[in-house]
Design a protein around this ligand. Structure first.
Ligand code: UDP
Ligand code: MN
Length: 307
């Protein structure tokens, strides 16, 4: 079977929450072998989220942990220091480690997907052709331990030798397969749009296909100058390093991702995805807060209607 993608999504109650989660569910319904770990920032699991998850038709786990007021207030002098979703992501990691402490873990990855971002299906599958419905075929290659370059070379040779187009197509499908985040060996990385004051930020990839730095304006010397939406971690690595988690204290703005990743990998262990980090497949969009100034006037609106 295909390796599993565990998606950890922190979420909190606000007017647009159901819209955000509906959009996310609709995206994830198109992705094979996905397990959605939704972690509410709330004192208890809410009916709104419970019902949405029950109806969505996805494999899911529903958790909650409330960010203490003290934590929000205590650090809120500097807005970027206020932890947003941090405890929730850590609980998701804890759930994963707990779930596979006695049973053998599945092959797969963890991906942190905030509820307001926009995700291309290509981020998860990288290929949407008819050829895609042949997972076991792909897996053989992925498990071979071949590198992108090796497989890429074979495609070139196939074409030079003028072998059948079918064979060449088959190879390119295998190549695409290697690109999928679910085949991450340790940590894979890719560009994210609308972060750091840029159209997009990206890992810097050498001609040899290695990550050698960060194409960012904001503090490119960070050990991992990458947004939360720009990486996935193998389950194996998460279980091998049981103490790795997002830090709450002493984390400078923009260092949240580093606080986890530095305990898991070094830069040369990173695997570039999204066509060697040349494609933007995820956007750090932010949803406008709706105007509700007329709420409560003239008996509007019906509070029994869930929005
Ligand atoms: N979040 C949360 N509690 C909060 C604020 C945010 O659980 O008090 C979640 C939110 O739903 C999102 C993630 O944390 O999934 C990141 O928050 P947000 O999108 O507001 O951050 P930004 O886009 O500014 O990085
Ligand atoms: Mn956001």
């Amino acid at each position: 079977t295909l390796p599993t993608i565990f998606v950890i999504t922190p979420t909190y109650t606000r007017p647009v929450q159901k819209a955000e989660l509906t959009r996310l569910a609709n995206t994830f319904l198109h992705v094979q072998n996905l397990h959605w770990v939704v972690v509410e920032d709330s004192p208890r699991r809410t009916n709104l989220v419970s019902n949405l998850l029950e109806k969505a038709g996805l494999n899911f786990t529903h958790l909650n942990v409330e960010t203490p007021k003290s934590l929000k207030l205590g650090l809120s002098w500097i807005p970027s220091h206020t932890p947003r979703g941090t405890l929730q992501r850590n609980l998701g990691l804890h759930w994963l480690r707990d779930s596979f402490s006695n049973t053998a873990p599945p092959e797969g990855v963890v991906y942190f997907a905030d509820d307001d971002n926009t995700y291309s299906l290509e981020l998860f599958e990288e290929i949407l052709s008819d050829n895609f419905n042949k997972p076991p075929h792909f897996q053989a290659i992925a498990m071979d331990g071949k590198t992108r370059q090796e497989i890429g070379g074979e495609i070139g040779i196939d074409k030079d030798k003028d072998e059948s187009v079918r064979e060449s197509t088959c190879m390119s499908v295998k190549l695409e397969c290697m690109e999928m985040m679910r085949y991450t060996r340790r940590v894979s990385v890719w560009p994210v749009a609308f972060v750091g004051g840029l159209r997009y930020e990206s890992p810097k990839v050498s001609p040899a296909g290695k990550v050698v730095g960060w194409k960012t304006v904001f503090d490119p010397n960070r050990p991992f100058a990458i947004d939360m939406a720009g990486f996935a971690i193998s389950i194996k690595l998460i279980l091998e390093k049981p103490h790795a988690s997002f830090k709450l204290e002493g984390v400078k703005g923009g260092y949240q991702e580093t606080s986890l990743l530095k305990d898991l990998v070094t830069m040369d262990g990173l695997e570039p995805k999204a066509a060697n980090c040349t494609k933007v497949l995820v956007w750090h969009t932010r949803t406008e807060r709706p105007t509700l100034v007329n709420e409560g006037k003239r008996g509007f609106t019906d509070p029994r209607v869930e929005v």
